[in-house]
Design a protein around this ligand. Structure first.
Ligand SMILES: Nc1ncnc2c1ncn2[C@@H]1O[C@H](COP(=O)(O)OP(=O)(O)OP(=O)(O)O)[C@@H](O)[C@H]1O
Ligand SMILES: [Mg+2]
Length: 408
């Protein structure tokens, strides 16, 4: 009998684009079988603000991906973003019974560390174990079997606003999909564009999308800091529209075709035509002016991110600097601008090494969706359901049930 294929589907519900990938684990790794995308209209700064419009966009992307994959999709792993997604570090301590760390003790210390005071409407998404410490000896990945009297755990806890989570899951459910996991966008993007060695030495991934910047900082192989900022490419487009007195769609087109993050890189002689609004005649402006509008907003974004990295205390511990991804990272000159503001090495993170990676998805705006099908490292994936009673364990069954109620 032919073996049933194990398909994985990753759904990235972004502010500008809903992206769905269908993939299969093969002996050679992950192979992409289906790709679907659609314009997203029901989100504001990464958060679902209109369930029906989001459902429509999910359905459009789903139909396209299913057709290409030649299979129906019932379950998806979804990414979540928005400034309700918060990362905090926490610490727990327990006494070691009988002089040796048991499985139970390692679970107890995680439970102690996860007891972070969260606002009532926040739900834990990820409990990422950074390290265990036995009698002051730090950097331990698996403490079970070690001798000692005092066991500590350091975690990075990522939580999300409950209503934002529910609205995201509801939008998927209404499109006929059940949600098998929810992953913070920053972690998904990191999986697609970071090398394991970079995570070991110290690196930050910055995904600049349309409505959010998702930041995750890695040190010694683990996430040590994460944050989401409600700002992105849309704000650059708004600035362009405002200064050039044109529509958002014209400004978006000008930004993508002629935009640059560094005015110095633009030939002073070059000009671009700006369509007039409300029957006014088109105007011609210098292309350098476009870059002069974009530069300060992009600078401000990197200053915000830098401030967050410095406050995390890991600013000096990033020898591998920063990896930029997300659609806005396609702005010419952005790497140089980021390196100048952040004073760190910066590279562009483009997903590589995946079979079936077509031209369509071979750009940084697909990083999150690709990360979802690649999945988190096993140690990070297992935590919420097992230790936190988080979304996977507690909320999902009732949502799945509700989905069927809504459908029939
Ligand atoms: N060539 C380009 N130059 C500049 N900006 C670009 C370019 N291509 C795309 N962008 C910008 O990238 C953004 C979309 O990126 P992406 O698809 O990663 O966002 P998203 O995932 O939908 O949004 P978010 O992650 O913020 O919720 C838009 O603001 C778009 O203007
Ligand atoms: Mg995104």
């Amino acid at each position: 009998m032919a073996k049933k294929r194990q398909l994985i589907a990753g759904l990235d519900v972004g502010t500008q684009k809903v992206a769905l990938l269908v993939a299969e684990h093969t002996s050679r790794g992950i192979e992409i079988l289906g790709v679907g995308s659609s314009a997203s209209r029901g989100l504001r700064a990464g958060r679902v603000s209109d369930v029906d419009r989001t459902t429509e966009a999910v359905l459009a992307a789903l139909t396209e991906a299913e057709m290409m994959a030649g299979s129906q999709i019932h379950n998806v792993t979804v990414s979540i973003s928005g400034d309700h997604v918060c990362g905090t570090n926490s610490h727990g301590v327990v006494a070691i019974e009988n002089g040796e760390v048991s499985q139970r003790a390692s679970r107890r210390v995680i439970a102690a560390a996860q007891a972070v005071p969260l606002p009532a409407d926040q739900r834990i998404l990820h409990l990422l174990c950074r390290e265990f410490v036995v009698d002051g000896q730090s950097g331990i990945i698996n403490p079970v079997g070690m001798s000692g009297v005092r066991l500590e755990a350091h975690l990075h806890v990522i939580s999300a606003g409950e209503s934002a989570l529910r609205n995201l899951v509801k939008s998927c459910n209404k499109a006929g999909l059940s949600v098998s996991g929810v992953i913070a966008s920053s972690l998904a993007s990191a999986e697609a564009v970071l090398e394991p060695e970079e995570k070991d030495l110290g690196v930050a991934v910055i995904d600049i999308g349309a409505g959010t910047i998702d930041l995750a900082v890695f040190h010694a192989g683990s996430v040590v800091h994460s944050a989401v900022f409600a700002v992105g490419g849309i704000d650059v487009t708004r600035d362009v529209a405002q200064v050039l007195e044109t529509t958002l769609s014209e400004a978006e087109g000008l930004k993508k075709r002629y935009g640059c993050a560094a005015p110095d890189l633009v030939d002073e002689e070059q000009t671009v035509e700006v369509a007039g609004v409300g029957g006014r005649t088109p105007r011609v402006v210098g292309r350098r002016l476009l870059a002069e509008i974009m530069e300060p907003r992009l600078e401000e974004m990197f200053e915000t991110v830098l401030d967050s990295i410095i406050r995390s205390g890991f600013g000096e511990l990033l020898p591998n600097g920063v990896v930029l991804t997300g659609g806005t990272s396609m702005t010419p000159g952005i790497v140089g601008l980021a390196a100048r503001v952040l004073q760190m090495p910066v590279r562009l993170g483009e997903p590589t090494g995946i079979e079936g990676l077509s031209d369509e998805i071979d750009d940084p705006s697909w990083a999150s969706a690709l990360g979802l099908v690649l999945g988190l490292p096993e140690k990070d994936m297992a935590t919420p359901g097992k230790w936190a009673g988080g979304i996977g364990a507690r909320l999902m069954p009732s949502w799945v049930r509700r989905r069927f109620k809504e459908m029939f």
